[in-house]
Design a protein around this ligand. Structure first.
Ligand SMILES: Cc1cc2nc3c(=O)[nH]c(=O)nc-3n(C[C@H](O)[C@H](O)[C@H](O)COP(=O)(O)O)c2cc1C
Length: 311
């Protein structure tokens, strides 16, 4: 809108839906508007732009623009990441895999994760184009290794695990559920599982937890009982996972309650509303703290997790 205030003579090329959104947000439409739709082209001189719609990636009015002369895809919200650039403009100028991928995943999952089908449609369209460069709205520009990053989006949008591995997430009021969850992590490590990640749901941003649940094939959820319900960070996480259509994962459960533990039953009820979630082993049920005998139950759960990891 700043640009239009400075250049009221400019023509805005956009979708009819985007024009409507502009009016909703700013109370006014651009004076000169060219509404385009799927497949429309615009020759600007040397460049020819082709417009392709990408509804719900991540809003309904989204469209991408392909410059068929320079072979550049202006991909809107697709192929973006959280985070501000610090000088470097291109993904190949940074250690993207180690320093940015987790934020790219967190961005994709939390912003677009619910719309895997729509993303698959966009990927199919993109596969028909000769793309030399991707310019997303958020994050660095891609001019190398495009296939690797597109491949990540393919895995994420098919809801397939990215890594075979275990993420442990616990909601613990006083620390005993935490201790049991971390003990399970040690038992898994002793059985050869590598790259285990454990998160305290009370102290980790929900977007990170959701992204981690999408990354890993196996998730351990451990929750204290809280007023006959789940401890709220775990309750919130499950609601978030459901909203993002999380599916195709293996989950193990640990519950804790000092008089009437409810966690396993309640977590299972939430997980049953999701698609293709397999619950592995017997949930471990603690009463306040793990007893020495429950070490065996945790070990048995670790064995069962390991047996499904190999599949
Ligand atoms: C506010 C509050 C509500 C609780 N509600 C229940 C409950 O409804 N049922 C139950 O068995 N335990 C309840 N508890 C006890 C905790 O679930 C239990 O002490 C806890 O699971 C111990 O594990 P932690 O050390 O990981 O927090 C409650 C505790 C608090 C602080």
């Amino acid at each position: 809108m700043d640009l239009l205030l400075r250049h009221p003579e400019a023509t805005v090329v956009t979708t009819a839906k985007a024009a409507q959104m502009m009016e909703q947000f700013f109370g006014t439409k651009p004076a000169q508007l060219m509404a385009v739709k799927e497949g429309d082209t615009l020759a600007t001189g040397a460049h020819t732009l082709v417009f392709t719609m990408a509804p719900m990636v991540h809003w309904p009015e989204v469209m991408m623009t392909y410059d068929s002369t320079a072979k550049v895809l202006f991909s809107a919200d697709a192929f973006g990441t959280f985070g501000a650039l610090s000088g470097n403009l291109f993904a190949d100028q940074m250690d993207f895999e180690h320093e940015w991928l987790s934020d790219a995943r967190r961005y994709y999952i939390n912003i677009v994760g619910k719309y895997g089908l729509q993303v698959q449609n966009v990927l199919k369209k993109a596969a028909t184009l000769d793309i030399q460069m991707i310019c997303p709205l958020h994050g660095p520009v891609w001019r190398e290794n495009l296939g690797w990053f597109i491949g990540k989006h393919d895995v994420w949008s098919r809801y397939e695990p990215e890594d075979k591995g275990v993420v442990i997430i616990y909601g613990s009021i006083y620390g005993h559920t935490e201790a049991a969850a971390l003990r399970l992590g040690t038992l898994l490590s002793e059985r050869g599982v590598r790259g285990i990640k454990a998160y305290d749901a009370s102290h980790t941003h929900a977007s990170k937890l959701v992204a981690e649940c999408f990354r890993a094939s196996h998730v351990v959820l451990a929750s204290s009982t809280y007023n006959n319900g789940l401890f709220t960070p775990i309750e919130g996480l499950l609601a978030d996972l459901k909203a993002h259509a999380w599916q195709k994962r293996t989950v193990a459960l640990v519950e804790n309650g000092s008089w009437a533990p409810q966690g396993a039953k309640l977590m299972r009820a939430e997980l049953e509303q999701m698609k293709d979630i397999a619950i592995v082993g017997e949930p471990v049920s603690l009463k306040s703290a793990a007893t020495p005998a429950q070490e065996q139950q945790l070990a048995a759960l670790a064995d069962q997790i390991v047996s499904t990891l190999g599949e």
